[in-house]
Ligand binder design. Structure first.
Ligand SMILES: NC(=O)c1ccc[n+]([C@@H]2O[C@H](COP(=O)([O-])OP(=O)(O)OC[C@H]3O[C@@H](n4cnc5c(N)ncnc54)[C@H](OP(=O)(O)O)[C@@H]3O)[C@@H](O)[C@H]2O)c1
Length: 334
């Protein structure tokens, strides 16, 4: 039990599986009350019981983030149960692979409804309460694919770039309001997402190594809820890809295409599937997807080295940015 988290109330969408589930369990372990949202009812009930075993209150609210009214009801249920909430994590999301020509338009649009408009609805619902309270932290989960494009992922990449841009605009609107808006961008994470994925490529897939643990993202989400940061990447691979794409966009796009062809697809054919885009899947309501630790050591080291270099560059840039930001605020009388 951590004194900071005691009596804090956090709403998490996409709580029943993977990153959301790991985050809910970590928050409960630290002493926070949690409001858990996803479409599937049974996994939410199981998770609520697991959280309550840590001595906190947990409320499961079946919610479809693609439906704005459902998201409003989630916020109302949280306030009804706890009187307030301190943080809201827009984490619900679906993954989809397929060339544009093979991907059904309705699946493309439904992915945007969940990943992007679900984040917009969640942000509106959270903001309503945050304005009444005068404080609150909103965390939107984007992805490395909110900074770097990849082939056969046009819908997913578009949704995650959109989440990142939307969050940055909202953050500017809310400057000085006491409300923080943060974006968290994980690299490949070992969750059931890879089994939930919609796939119109004709090939079975595996996550591109290195794969990081969902607990690592959960720790980052708790850190950001406690000490808000504008944008946070999780995993050295994501930092390396983002740095490489920033410096060498053309070569990195070729590398990404080759890497996807050889490393994302397995040598096994598979028919098209909508995965969990239109409805929840029964399988995979766990934290881990069972993929961790199969990475090639040389690749891990290469990406780690790239990540360290990118982090060093970004630290220097962030320090300079902070100094300039403080000067501008002062000069503009803020
Ligand atoms: N795993 C990765 O490698 C990775 C990397 C970067 C970013 N991310 C992002 O991290 C977030 C969580 O992903 P994950 O890996 O934990 O995936 P996951 O294990 O498949 O979990 C997805 C969660 O979202 C919920 N969900 C899906 N559609 C929903 C809807 N319409 N309304 C409400 N809830 C919905 C699912 O529950 P129901 O199906 O019951 O609704 C589930 O709880 C996503 O935004 C994803 O894009 C993941």
């Amino acid at each position: 039990m951590d004194r900071f988290w005691k009596k804090k109330v956090i709403v998490i969408t996409g709580a029943s599986s993977g990153i959301g589930r790991a985050t809910a369990l970590l928050l409960a372990k630290k002493g926070a009350h949690v409001v858990l949202a996803a479409r599937g009812e049974d996994p939410l009930e199981e998770l609520a019981a697991e959280c309550e075993a840590h001595g906190v209150q947990a409320l499961g609210v079946p919610t479809d983030v693609a439906d704005a009214a459902s998201v409003r009801r989630l916020a109302e249920a949280a306030v009804h149960a706890f009187g307030h909430f301190d943080g809201w994590v827009n984490n619900a999301g679906v993954y989809m692979l397929g060339g544009l020509e093979e991907t059904p338009d309705e699946a493309f649009r439904q992915l945007m409804e969940i990943n992007f408009f679900g984040t917009v609805s969640g942000s509106r619902a959270a903001l309503g309460q945050f304005r009444r309270q005068g404080y609150g932290t909103l965390v939107n989960v984007s992805s490395t694919f909110g900074t770097v494009p990849a082939p056969y992922l046009s819908a997913y990449v578009a949704s995650k770039f959109a989440v990142r841009g939307f969050s940055a605009s909202l953050r500017q609107e809310l400057l000085g309001s006491g409300i923080d808006v943060c974006t968290v961008m994980p690299a490949a994470i070992d969750t059931p997402l890879w089994r939930h994925t919609a796939n119109y490529t004709g090939w079975r897939i595996r996550p591109v190594e290195p794969v990081h643990t969902p607990e690592r993202v959960a720790r980052t989400l708790l850190r950001v809820l406690r000490h808000p940061e504008h944008e946070t990447m999780v995993g050295p691979a994501g930092k390396s890809f983002a740095a490489m794409h920033g410096l060498f966009p053309r070569s990195s796009e070729h590398l990404m295409r080759a890497g996807t062809d050889t490393r994302h697809f397995r040598d096994a054919r598979q028919g098209p599937t909508p995965g969990n885009v239109f409805q929840p899947m029964v399988e995979g309501g766990s934290v881990s997807g069972g993929y961790h630790g199969t990475g090639k050591q040389w690749l891990r080291r290469l990406l780690l080295a790239g990540g360290v270099a990118a982090a060093a560059l970004s630290l220097r840039r962030r320090a300079a940015d902070r100094r300039l930001g403080a000067r501008l605020t002062h000069a503009l009388g803020g």
